[in-house]
Ligand binder design. Sequence first.
Ligand SMILES: O=C(O)[C@H](O)[C@@H](O)[C@H](O)[C@H](O)COP(=O)(O)O
Length: 239
Amino acid sequence: MATMPETFHPFGNGDAAARALADALADTLQHALATRARASLIVSGGSTPEPVYRRLSVTDLDWTRIDVVLADERWVEPGEEGSNADFICRTLLTGKAAQARFTGLKSPGARAADGLPATEARLAALHWPADCAVLGMGDDGHTLSWFPHADGLQDALSEDGPRVASITARQSVVTGMLTERITLTMRALEDLKLCALLIRGDAKRAALEKALLPGPVEDMPVRALLNHPLIDLQIFWSP
Ligand SMILES: O=C(O)[C@H](O)[C@@H](O)[C@H](O)[C@H](O)COP(=O)(O)O
C-alpha cells in the first residue's frame, strides 16, 4: 500500500471536505484580488465538487473581478447532454457568483481539434497563471480529460505547448459515449497558488494509492500531477 503524502487531507464526510475546500478557494481568490485587478478559478465537472460550488456561489467575494474557467469539456454545446458548462452555470454561477465571468472550452467545429485555435484565443485573453483549480479524478486515474492512453494525451501533458488540447478518449464506463473532449494542459496549471484534487469514497482512495505507486503516466495520467516537482497538489478526500 502506498504511503499517503502530507498533502493528503482526509475529512470525516463530504460536507466537511467541501467546506474546507470552498473556504481555501475563497481565501486564495481574496488574496489574489487584493493585489491584482482580476483573479481566476479553474473548475471541473463530475458530481463530487457540486457542494463546493454551491458554497462558493453564496460566498462574499468581488465576483465581478473573478474569471471562472473550465478544466475540461465534452465536445458538446451548452444545452446538450454532458455539458460541463451547464453544470458550472447551475451549481456555481448562481447567487453571488453569477457576477463572475465564465470561459468555457467548446468552440465551433466538428472535432475538438478543429476548435482548438478559437478556444486557445479565448484563454489567451485571461490572466495567467491562474490562481486556483478544483480537479477531480476517476477510478481509472484520469484527471481533467487526461484519460489513460487517449489520443492527444501527450499534448495535454505538455508544459510548453498551448494551454488547451483536444482528446479522443478510449471509450470506457468512465467516459461513456462522449469520448471527444477538450482539456486544459499541464501548462495551464503551472504556478497555481492552490491546486486541489477533490475525491470521495474508497474506490477513489484505492485508485489514488495505485497512482502513487511507480508506473506509467499513460496508465494513470493523474500521476503527471502527483509526481510534478512544481505542482503542490492538495488532496481533499472524504469517505
Ligand atoms: O469528464 C468526465 O468524464 C467526468 O466528468 C470526469 O472527469 C469526472 O470529473 C471524474 O470522473 C470525477 O467524477 P465524480 O466527481 O462524479 O466522481
